[in-house]
Design a protein around this ligand. Structure first.
Ligand code: C5P
Length: 229
């Protein structure tokens, strides 16, 4: 068996959807239940956005930002190795830094640059390791793992997503308003769905789950049922 054929045999579950749809939480819970690896692809884009901002780059300078995506060392501590996921950018623990709204907006801006997406392509594919991978993001089922065995597209209304985000940020002691979060979420949705390269859209073979008003446990159970069937 060639290495490429062996890799194709490793099962992948992709969970795509807009920001705040709960993909991150659901992906982590499902990966834990299955004992599979986890790829939070949004964290990669956030890490590049963070590195570019820290370097004082103009985010519309595609050449400089692409070089930054190619050279920034991004490493994750896999939750499979114990504890929670941590994200390191050039060896600095940037786990908290990359979660701010400013960093989310920077990630969204640099993610629209095709050469940045190319720079991160192989890195994302390298997460496919036995016994399996749960990958969450925007284009996991459409571009990165088109041959994934199970694909989920998770949505929730913009109001519900803004409320969830509001609660998360408040719990972390950050000062935000619900109306500004809703505006940012709607703006990011439009940008992510309308960009020319890898726009946010469900794969043709994805199962759509609308999690508005659905408890997390119920969504996790539904996704696990899809993987196991
Ligand atoms: O999922 P998260 O909100 O952390 O992603 C941050 C940004 O990174 C998104 O708004 C999106 O623009 C970008 N992204 C992407 N493709 C992915 C994951 C994230 O373009 N697979």
């Amino acid at each position: 068996m060639t290495a490429a054929t062996a890799e194709k045999k490793i099962p992948v579950l992709t969970i795509d959807g807009p920001s705040g749809s709960g993909k991150g939480t659901i992906a982590a819970r499902v990966a834990d239940a299955l004992g599979w690896h986890l790829l939070d692809s949004g964290a990669l884009y956030r890490a590049v956005g963070y590195a570019a901002s820290m370097a004082g780059l103009d985010l519309s300078d595609t050449e400089a930002v692409t070089r930054c995506a190619e050279t920034t060392k991004i490493t994750f501590r896999d939750p499979k190795d114990g504890g929670e996921t941590r994200v390191y950018v050039n060896s600095h623990d940037a786990t908290a830094d990359i979660r701010t709204e400013t960093c989310g907006a920077a990630a969204s801006a640099i993610a629209a640059i095709p050469s940045v997406r190319t720079a991160l392509f192989e890195k994302q594919r390298s997460f496919r390791k036995a016994p399996g991978l749960v990958a969450d993001g925007r284009d996991m089922g459409t571009v990165i793992f088109p041959d994934a065995g199970t694909k989920v597209f998770l949505t929730a209304s913009a109001e519900e997503r803004a409320k969830r985000r509001y609660k998360q940020l408040k719990d972390k002691g950050l000062s935000v308003t619900l109306s500004s979060l809703l505006r940012e979420i709607e703006a990011r949705d439009v940008r992510d769905a309308s960009r020319a390269v890898a726009p946010l859209k469900p794969a043709a073979d994805a199962v759509l789950i609308d999690s508005t008003g659905m408890p997390i446990d119920e969504v996790v159970a539904k996704v696990l049922e899809l993987v196991r069937s």
